[in-house]
Design a protein around this ligand. Structure first.
Ligand code: SF4
Length: 214
């Protein structure tokens, strides 16, 4: 039990803070899902599939959402009945299917995406520097979770083969994206970029070292 004289470890209090924010995020997701006429798990599946050429297997959907395969299968079936996703066979795999977003699914996603939730509004009330620091902290935490196999590789710059960190002298735009051949700054680091291509482990490690060493 925490008292003023006996604070719990800072890691514990940060986890408590993150869990409060996660609660608000869940409520925000319910509101966005309601606008799209679906539930939050189904909304997460549409978000996950958006911009993924070739879709994802049911197993990958389950992995990304940290749900069981039967739960993913049920949610995908419900979305399929609404016409929001479709399944396509995987070449050379008789039983495998890939799940893809349809035009109708994209419209539903956009209907739910018009609302800025409470968590996003609270983030907007932080100062510019605070936002940038928070983004960097999140990138570092997500990267650690990836390396521990707690979550799959996310479509972040930090794991992308096109990312060249700190290659420019301009402090406002030190990084380079080789996909679009353009410089960009810390605040533009992506968490879920549709043009992301996962670098091989050696390149990922080298890029990360260059990124944290600045
Ligand atoms: S393609 Fe996307 S993820 Fe990759 S470096 Fe460029 S902006 Fe970052």
């Amino acid at each position: 039990m925490e008292t003023p004289k006996n604070p719990t470890a800072i890691r514990h209090r940060i986890r408590e803070g993150l869990s409060r924010i996660a609660m608000v995020l869940r409520a925000d997701d319910w509101n966005r899902a309601k606008l799209a006429g679906i539930n939050p798990t189904q909304l997460s599946i549409l978000e996950l599939l958006e911009g993924r050429k070739g879709g994802l297997s049911v197993k990958d959907v389950a992995l990304h959402l940290a749900v069981s395969q039967p739960t993913a299968t049920d949610s995908i079936a419900a979305l399929e009945r609404k016409g929001y996703v479709e399944k396509r066979p995987i070449e050379n795999d008789k039983r495998g299917v890939r799940v893809e977003l349809t035009i109708e699914g994209l419209s539903a996603l956009q209907a739910g995406g018009t609302v800025e939730g409470d968590a996003e509004q609270a983030t907007g009330m932080l100062g510019g520097q605070e936002q940038e620091e928070l983004l960097l902290t999140l990138v570092k935490m997500i990267r650690t979770l990836q390396e521990r196999n707690a979550i799959p590789i996310q479509r972040m710059c930090a794991s992308c083969r096109y990312f060249a960190p700190f290659v420019h002298a301009d402090a406002a735009k030190p990084h380079h994206c080789n996909f679009v051949d353009a410089a960009f700054g810390q605040r533009e680091l992506r968490i879920d970029c549709r043009d992301h291509e996962t670098a091989d482990p050696t390149l990922r490690a080298a890029t990360w070292n260059a990124f944290v060493e600045g």
